[in-house]
Design a protein around this ligand. Sequence first.
Ligand code: NAD
Length: 497
Amino acid sequence: MTQVISHLINGEIVNDNNRSQEVFNPATGEATKKVALASKQTVEQAISAAQAAFPAWRNTPPIKRARVMFRFKELLEQNSDKICQLIGEEHGKISHDAAGELQRGIENVEYACGAPELLKGEHSKNVGPNIDSWSEFQPLGVVAGITPFNFPAMVPMWMFPLAIVCGNTFILKPSERDPSSTLFIAQLLKEAGLPDGVMNVVNGDKEAVDTLLSDERIKAVSFVGSTPIAEYIYATANANGKRCQALGGAKNHAIVMPDADMDNAVNQLLGAAFGSSGERCMALSVAVTVGDEAGDALVAKMTEGMKSLSVGEHSNANNDFGPVITKAHQEKVNGYIASAAEQGATLVVDGRNPTVEGFENGYFVGATLIDNVTSTMDSYQAEIFGPVLQVIRVKTMQEAMQLINDHEYGNGTCIFTRDGEAARYFSDNIQVGMVGINVPLPVPVSYHSFGGWKRSLFGDLHAYGPDGVRFYTKRKTITQRWPSSGVREGVSFAFPS
Ligand code: NAD
């Protein structure tokens, strides 16, 4: 019988016999499991469980909440092979890449272990005669997270560890395309000692998401996914009075300066453009070369470097990257490659329809290099989300920066150069949220925060790190007076000063 990935509500696996859909192994094209799609009633059941668990969890000392995370971290490490296997079977990413994703997720758990320190608040003595004032950070209540397919372990862990140690209870709606690793990870929390109802998982689609967005018991929503959906989530959550951070899509450019260490830039670009089949929101998908010499050198060296890349199935660690997520997505990526060629770009390395022995029905796209791309081409404007690197040639650094600043997305960017002055000017003036200097994937570590600018993020606060603590708490400021005995205040109608 086909395994059905169901929901985790109040510490128990719940199957609501509502609709379901198939989960595929993208390397074979086979439907291997089904995922339950929660009904409105099931989501409401999860919200009720989280609501019921909130008062006790809110009053649990932060150090005790943190201890659950310490145990959870150990369990994640002990179960890492299984988690990476589940990611590989449904997402397709190679085991070493899955291990990297899991490690970055674990780092968010480590940050959450600092809950007592993170929640200490601010205190001022003697703001007036015998008056002290302090700000404390209280949990919001039941909060929700909605996550994409491309990081089924890491992105959920950008959200729930911090939300939970801050004293909230949580409902996670993972991607319906690769739900198994996410559900398995959530189940480890119970083993780590988390009380039932504090963490709940509802699998599903729009019906589940819309229920979370409309139920007044949900106080905040964190979303990561594509920009059109991020925009919808942000607008709907706001209209319903919820706090929301919605992270969207990207088009990340690397500027390659004439003075760059070209061999280093090429090595970095190979990993950042094609790793995880380009299905990373921080993937470098455009190289902007400054000057013809840099353009020619980059294209020649990339072409050479790409010859040794290997696309294939997740369990073979010799492979560099795996398939893309679905058949439809494979066709979309292939379509963008075709359109670039039709619109006048030069297809230097065409990765369409690679031969992957034993996996003829997999959704593979090989590494692709396209030169002489211009900013009006469809393949430049859209987020392709595949193993495709496009090269745009410009004459000056200013022109390169203008191109980046004009793009609708502003997630990540990078400059390859040996010139500190140019690098400093670039990082200071570029309209992008996360900047690398000779670092191709500048994904902030867990004790900083992650977020793009422009249409890559809707909301004020970035994900995880210090912004995450602010997002999952509300500030309360208390002003307290204990008059000395015998001292009585007179009546005053002036504003207190
Ligand atoms: P997606 O937007 O299709 O789905 C994300 C989530 O939204 C899923 O849980 C899905 O079930 C839900 N969803 C989809 N359609 C919906 C609808 N009509 N109404 C309500 N909910 C809906 O994204 P994806 O394809 O899973 O992920 C890839 C995208 O995510 C890319 O655009 C990528 O750049 C982006 N992403 C961004 C970041 C970031 O930090 N900015 C990180 C990872 C991925």
